[in-house]
Ligand binder design. Structure first.
Ligand SMILES: [Zn+2]
Length: 180
């Protein structure tokens, strides 16, 4: 069972690190918040590729680093990071080969049915809009940067950068330079 495996790993971890862990502040040392995708290839890979260590950054993730509307919960997290946790810059990081760039709403509907979700519930939702798939990864990064910058509760003097990350070799391309 996965939970047993995780609990076992945890007891080893706690034992192994018990005298070596420093107590860290909850304020990010680099004063940065990163909004990125939940992609598994980014785990233990994106942060070292950016020179980010434990205690350095606030990291917010969702499927496809997508902000759908003005009330999106990502904005709430970014506001908390800025106003309560000392964040002074924001990085939006999309990545090549994102699973959310291939979302097919018919496949999604079909799988929901297979999992026992009633057809009438599925019919009530604009599935494509709700799941938030996209076709152009760079445009999706621009879109998130734009929504953060234009949000009425995010201050205008916080630079918001947009980056495109390769999950294969860790290389970054700057899509939006937030200082310009
Ligand atoms: Zn992704």
């Amino acid at each position: 069972m996965l939970l047993d495996e995780i609990l076992l790993a945890n007891s080893f971890f706690v034992h192994e690190y018990r005298d070596r862990l420093k107590k860290l502040s909850h304020q990010p040392k680099k004063q940065v918040a990163i909004f990125t995708c939940m992609d598994t290839r980014l785990v233990e890979f994106l942060e070292p590729a950016l020179g980010i260590k434990r205690g350095d950054a606030k990291i917010i993730k969702n499927a496809g680093n997508r902000i759908r509307d003005n009330c999106d919960d990502v904005i709430r997290s970014l506001a908390a990071a800025v106003y309560l946790l000392g964040v002074k810059e924001i990085l939006v990081i999309g990545h090549l080969d994102c699973g959310m760039s291939r979302v097919n709403k018919d496949v999604l509907a079909e799988r929901m049915l297979r999992y026992g979700i009633p057809k009438e519930e599925i019919g009530k939702v604009d599935l494509a809009g709700w799941i938030g798939g996209f076709s152009d990864t760079e445009e999706n990064i621009f879109d998130a940067v734009r929504k953060i910058r234009q949000h009425q509760l995010i201050p205008k003097n916080i630079p918001v950068h947009g980056l495109l990350f390769s999950p294969d070799d860790g290389k970054i391309k700057v899509v939006v330079n937030g200082y310009e």
